[in-house]
Design a protein around this ligand. Structure first.
Ligand code: RB5
Length: 157
């Protein structure tokens, strides 16, 4: 499994620790930056990671900013991406089992290192259950289809 990683300045320290942890665990990784503590704009890194996952250039993505929120909002603009902002292992587990999440967004300014690694490990080791959850995930993807405007608007009648 290949994991692509990205962060802004507020997520740098935690992203570096996660990258090291993943390498030690035997995952193939790609780190698209940022690589310094200079202030940068998180949408640049979130969109790069999300586009790589959507295009199949990586199996999963991990994004770290101060709160994890801006990364998550941005990544979810890319069709095919199901990004989640997670602060504890239960949500990490359920986001895989029920939502087939493919991008994990973490808060570098909130999470301790041990908790962050626990979240990452749970998220990488859980499997999507499919079944009724597959139908629901497909319903999410359908929201990216162009609206059907072939019928007259009933409100106008
Ligand atoms: C940067 O100060 C901060 O806004 C960013 O890291 C992130 O938390 C945004 O959602």
């Amino acid at each position: 499994m290949k994991i692509i990683l990205g962060c802004d300045h507020a997520g740098l320290e935690l992203k570096e620790k996660i990258a090291q942890h993943l390498k030690e665990s035997g995952f193939l990784t790609e780190d698209i930056g940022t690589y310094s503590a200079d202030s940068v704009d998180y949408p640049i890194y979130a969109s790069r990671v999300a586009q790589a996952v959507a295009a199949g250039r990586a199996d999963r993505g991990i994004l770290v900013c101060g709160s994890g929120l801006g990364m998550c909002i941005t990544a979810n603009r890319i069709p095919g991406v199901r990004a989640v902002q997670v602060s504890e292992p239960y949500a990490a587990k359920m986001s895989r089992r029920h939502n087939d999440s493919n991008v994990l967004c973490l808060a570098g300014r909130l999470l301790g290192q041990d908790l962050a690694m626990e979240i990452v490990d749970v998220w990488l080791n859980e499997y999507f259950e499919g079944g009724r959850h597959q139908r629901r995930v497909e319903m999410i993807d359908q929201l990216n289809q162009p609206a059907d405007c072939s019928e007259p608007n009933p409100i106008g009648k």
